[in-house]
Design a binder for this molecule. Sequence first.
Ligand SMILES: *Cc1c(COP(=O)(O)O)cnc(C)c1O
Length: 405
Amino acid sequence: MITTVARRKQLAHLTEQIEELKQKGTFFRLRVLEDEQEAVCTYDGKRVINLASNNYLGLTSHPKLREAAIEATRKYGVGSGAVRTIAGTMRIHMELEEKIARFKNVEACVVFQSGFTANAGTVSSILGKEDFIISDELNHASIIDGARLSRAKIKVFRHKDVAHAEELLREIQNEAGRKLLITDGVFSMDGDIAPVDRLCDLADKYGTIMMVDDAHASGVLGRNGRGSVDHFHCDGRVDVQVGTLSKAIGALGGYVCGSRDLIEYLYHRARPFLFSTSHPPSVAATCIAAFDILENEPERIQRLWDNTAYFKQQLASAGFNIGGVTTPASETPITPVIIGDGRATMEFSRKLFDAGVMATGIAFPTVPEGKARVRTIMTSEHTRAQLDEALDVMSRVGKGMGLIS
Ligand SMILES: *Cc1c(COP(=O)(O)O)cnc(C)c1O
């Protein structure tokens, strides 16, 4: 007897939820990139100016990174064959960790498969159920998941509100458990920067562990892209620094920087490190080459910030709400164009795409209800002509929809 998929009802509740998304106008299909991740590229057969990637420095297609990946594949093959703790630690994995540790001016570094696993694996393993996590309300999902997995008690402070964080710390001052104060360095949906220096002051005052997730700050903020801790001159004050290798670095992975003992502990206890296979050698080689680029081609970072300043200024003068009133004000290459309504946001994004600009619509639950936005991210590789063209399209479509006058 043939049992067709349609006759099975076990997942009917998912179908209902999909229907609900379609009703709300927030259902999406994945756009498929047909060539390389670049400032202008082809999605779904259409050539568009790309304002949606995290490829801040254009490293996804840098010739030196490409060469490094090919060379490592030739020399060492395509896979590591095991988890790091069994047999899958290759010489090149160690070289990358040593390189990042030197770059970040810390004792040691461990690389995870992604930024997500770096956060989730670290937060969940360094704390237990007697402990406390004091977390910014807009921290990334991987921090939230790690916090839940740790079973520690979670206290959420209002976005970037240091006084509120202190209030929460004071409430638990006499509790026995350890305390972890944790923030994103740059917030991924609004592009604003955490008050890392003042949070470090709090961590010192209350004796808490201090942790910063620098996914969007890696390669973007600080000297040669060293991140928010460098940006705020907080070297030595942050116990756990997380970064990603998947955004500005152009490849894939996440890392944790800190003391030698922190890293040794994570080697023994971080579950994604213990139970999931390490990167192919090509990934490690690519990342090593990327850190050389950060040191040797700082002009990329300068171009990124020049483009960012220009694009933000032009968007604002066109009349778009780029945050700062009811949402945080962006200070980085992430610039949200706030629409509010989820359906209108998705429509704006779709119309932009049809007119030749790729900028992703982001709605609830990724951002709060009523704060839906089209998020743009600048790169160093966009030319002024491409930016002007994108701005022209955005103004035209925005006017057509009555979003700006
Ligand atoms: C993207 C992101 C991550 C996850 O990094 P991946 O390397 O893509 O897994 C973690 N934290 C923040 C704040 C991010 O924006």
